[in-house]
Design a protein around this ligand. Structure first.
Ligand code: HSE
Length: 420
């Protein structure tokens, strides 16, 4: 039996989940691996508040140095969330030769270069399976079992909050604001939901996944980002009539000379494997030249699923004689600011002769071909809803058409990309 001495930075939801999992399942992990996991110290803000866990007093500390500077602690698990002081503490732990296990996508995405460089310098391990997709072993999959592949695409539903909201909007025909309030009441959305609903959480995750999958650094600022706040039940219902399901997707594509990295709502054909991933579940769909296509699905958040990935990382950190550092190209591939997609354009158009010709004329002028069209609520002289779905077209060309439509005769209510 080998004792593995751990320090936990934070004992909130995730830290508490890890504490519980080690307490409940530690002896089984020991039987399976020969490793005895012992939490020596846990950093808390206030010793009187630690999530109702029965943690011995001598384990609790309010001083991070008790963990970061203790030579007996070999693995530091970071659960503070946010950029700082999490990033500096992880850097210090690595500097002191301690392996770091984290679920913190923000600190990791923003400080990935420094953290990797420090891990390389000191030989300590940096493990972050829980940072993307919670319990889903996607980071490991890309780095190990799928290593013999050129990964061309990675498309994820990596934010449970937005997937829950969109699923309920679709099921109930409900407005975004109504479902958001309900999700907040049920504790499924944060009191300040911005990071989730504006796609920031997904953008951090895509920056990590894209960097690893394409072996080229994708910085979060390079990720095109659009959230779900402008999605209406009409968009979802019309999309459904045309055979589509709406999801917030994190899309990474390696086009050879450029990488696409974008987070935005997108329609998927109803028979796409990601289309049936509902509620707060996460899933990642990948295409690699040798494994072809694959989808991993599971719980992307919550204390127990996240703890599952963290304890898995702790075991790997303790077992590995040398810690893997992902290979990333020295010269990153540029991230594209234009890309090709199909588009769903929802308009309120005057029901009068020539309106359709104006819309299709502008599209034709940009070389964009229409694949499907639907008109609803037509009353001569009144306003009708007009939906156009294009064939594959460049993003910028579509945006130019949208800008040049005369709002007197045709107002664009939403433009949603169509994937798959
Ligand atoms: N806020 C995230 C989500 C969970 O809604 O999926 C943590 O990554």
């Amino acid at each position: 039996m080998k004792e593995v001495v751990l320090g936990l930075l934070g004992l909130g939801n995730i830290g508490g989940g890890v504490w519980d999992l080690i307490r409940e399942f530690g002896s089984e992990v020991e039987k399976r691996t020969g490793l005895s996991l012992r939490v020596k110290r846990a950093l808390v803000l206030d010793k009187r508040i630690h999530g109702g866990k029965e943690v011995p007093d001598e384990v609790l500390t309010t001083d991070a140095a008790d963990i970061l500077e203790d030579p007996e602690i070999r693995i530091v698990c970071e659960f503070l969330g946010g950029e700082q002081p999490a990033a500096s503490m992880m850097l210090r732990a690595l500097e002191n030769g301690k392996s770091v296990v984290t679920a913190n996508k923000m600190a990791l995405s923003l400080h990935f270069d420094e953290l990797r460089a420090m891990a390389r310098k000191t030989g300590a391990g940096l493990y972050y399976e829980a940072s993307v997709g919670g319990a889903i072993p996607i980071i490991n999959a890309i780095q190990s079992p799928l290593i013999a592949n050129h990964i061309e695409q990675i498309i994820g539903i990596v934010n449970g909050t937005t997937n829950y909201i969109l699923t309920r909007m679709a099921a109930e025909g409900a407005e975004y604001e109504t479902v958001l309030k309900d999700a907040q009441r049920l504790g499924l959305a944060e009191p300040d939901p911005t990071a989730d609903v504006e796609g920031m959480d997904a953008a951090y995750k895509l920056s990590i996944l894209g960097s690893l999958a394409f072996r080229s650094r994708v910085y979060v600022e390079q990720v095109y980002r659009e959230g779900i706040t402008r999605i209406t039940p009409e968009d979802i219902a019309f999309g459904r009539e045309m055979g589509y399901v709406l999801k917030l997707l994190a899309i990474g594509k390696d086009n050879g000379d450029a990488i696409e990295a974008r987070v935005h709502p997108a329609f998927l054909p109803a028979d796409h494997p990601l289309a049936r991933v509902d509620g707060s579940l996460n899933a990642v769909y990948l295409y690699g030249h040798s494994f072809k296509d694959m989808m991993l699905e599971g719980r992307g958040a919550g204390d127990a699923p996240t703890a599952s990935a963290i304890v898995g990382d702790i075991v790997q950190a303790a077992q590995n004689a040398t810690h893997p550092i992902p290979f990333l190209r020295e010269q990153p591939v540029p991230v594209a600011d234009d890309w090709q997609s199909k588009y769903f354009i929802r308009m309120k158009a005057k029901d009068a002769p020539g309106v359709l010709a104006e819309v299709t004329g502008l599209l034709a002028g940009e070389g964009i071909s229409v694949s499907a069209m639907m008109q609803k609520g037509a009353v001569p002289g009144g306003k009708a809803t007009l939906i156009v779905i294009t064939h594959i077209a460049p993003e910028k060309a579509v945006q130019r058409v949208v800008k040049s439509l005369n709002p007197e005769i045709c107002q664009v209510e939403n433009v949603i990309r169509v994937e798959g």
